[in-house]
Design a protein around this ligand. Structure first.
Ligand SMILES: Nc1ncnc2c1ncn2[C@@H]1O[C@H](COP(=O)(O)OP(=O)(O)OP(=O)(O)O)[C@@H](O)[C@H]1O
Ligand SMILES: [Mg+2]
Length: 386
């Protein structure tokens, strides 16, 4: 099971033996991941912000300043939306009462099956009642440099935001920080290197995100080339998984080539939006890349092809490209230097600066199709996208 599908469990337990027992039961499987064990009830709200758990298990007999059932009530009043399983003993019976935030009860002694069935049941019920569609991670990639990745990532983000989709952009071109340049972000604007390396909380992230043009939050790459090596893949993966919980759509721009970091980004993607153009190098590299993806085990549906500057065929026949891709490309964006150039120079997305331009309409069309946002509707239908 992919880690993205795991149920994230937060355990609130101050008896070490019980905590250890639960940990042992969960070690034997990979459907539920224990993200933390908290012994102090007053710490729970903060840890929820940090870990974004899917389910919380609370010991009804939790001691301390905030006792077990007080905590359950507090969580319910805070409307966290995270279902709670109450752990108790037969001498202290507790009844299921979702109106009071008790979504399930697990009575000692219990085994792995009892624990798993409670956790998965409340998770399923919460997921079903949560009308928010799952988030989508799109990584914009190209088998060749300079084909328009950064331009498209940025404008696609702006188009999605304009369609009412809560969107964040990540500058995955770690060395050159393309988005920093393209968006004219100030040199001292924070970057992913300003995030803590161990645990990243929602507030840490909020502090480093840069609110760029067109209502898109942007996680910038480091400001200098030599700082790129300080970005750890593990940290970036953690950050992306947190961002997926906070945004409907996360778009990642990538640098040139297929290095280890880019590969990690592609692994995490729901969709790889591969930008191609009509030129011989692209065609050759696209074939090589498709073979690589196949070897890695990516299903063909994970990659969607976008022909940029699709009206500039540069002597290459569209059928050659189709043959190289093994299918018709999903999307096309025309070349329109007089719109794209000036907007890039000003650090503004052309989709909002020049909404009536052909190239802007093309990008909005890509966003609409890619995200399954119905024409005329502002409600994103991202469900089923993963
Ligand atoms: N559809 C388009 N019409 C006109 N110009 C375009 C279009 N798409 C991109 N460009 C221009 O092409 C150039 C390269 O674009 P961009 O920097 O986005 O490419 P990239 O793939 O991110 O490059 P790199 O590989 O260096 O990261 C820019 O000058 C951009 O303005
Ligand atoms: Mg770029």
């Amino acid at each position: 099971m992919a880690s993205g599908d795991q149920i994230r469990l937060l355990l609130v337990e101050d008896v070490p033996q019980v905590a250890q027992y639960v940990r042992g039961l969960l070690n034997a499987q990979n459907q539920v991941r224990l993200v933390d064990i908290v012994a102090d009830g007053t710490q729970v709200q903060a840890r929820i912000g940090e870990h974004r758990p899917d389910v919380i298990v609370v010991d009804a007999l939790l001691q301390g300043r905030l006792r077990g059932m007080q905590l359950v009530k507090q969580l319910h009043d805070a409307n966290t939306g995270v279902p709670v399983v109450v752990l108790t003993v037969p001498q202290n019976p507790v009844s299921v009462d979702p109106g009071k935030g008790i979504d399930e009860v697990l009575s000692m002694p219990f085994n792995g099956y009892d624990l798993m069935s409670r956790v998965t049941t409340v998770h399923k019920a919460a997921a079903a009642s949560n009308e928010k569609a799952p988030s989508r991670l799109i990584v914009v990639f190209a088998p060749k440099g300079g084909v328009g990745k950064s331009t498209i990532a940025f404008n696609l983000g702006a188009a999605a935001a304009g369609l009412g989709v809560k969107t964040a952009l990540v500058d995955g071109s770690i060395q050159f920080g393309d988005l920093r340049g393209l968006l004219r972000a100030p040199r001292d604007a924070p970057s992913m290197l300003d995030l803590p390396t161990d645990r990243i909380s929602e507030s840490d992230l909020a502090e480093v995100l840069w609110r760029g043009p067109a209502d898109v939050d942007i996680l910038l790459a480091p400001p200098r080339i030599e700082m790129a090596e300080m970005v750890l893949i593990r940290d970036l993966e953690k950050t992306l998984s947190l961002m997926r919980r906070l945004y409907d759509l996360v778009i990642v721009d990538t640098g040139v080539g297929l290095d280890e970091l880019t590969l990690a980004l592609l692994d995490q993607a729901d969709t790889i939006l591969e930008i191609v153009t009509y030129d011989a190098t692209t065609i050759r590299n696209t074939i090589a890349m498709a073979e690589t993806f196949q070897k890695i085990g990516y299903p063909p549906s994970k990659v969607q092809y976008l022909v940029n500057r699709s009206d500039a065929s540069a002597g290459i026949d569209p059928s050659d490209l189709r043959q190289a891709l093994g299918r018709d490309p999903e999307f096309r964006i025309r070349s329109e230097g007089q719109v794209v150039g000036p907007s890039s120079n000003q650090g503004a997305p052309f989709v909002t600066a020049e909404p009536n331009a052909g190239v802007s309409k093309d990008v909005v069309e890509v966003a609409t199709q890619l995200l399954g946002v119905g024409a005329g509707s502002r409600k994103p239908a991202l469900a089923g996208a993963r």
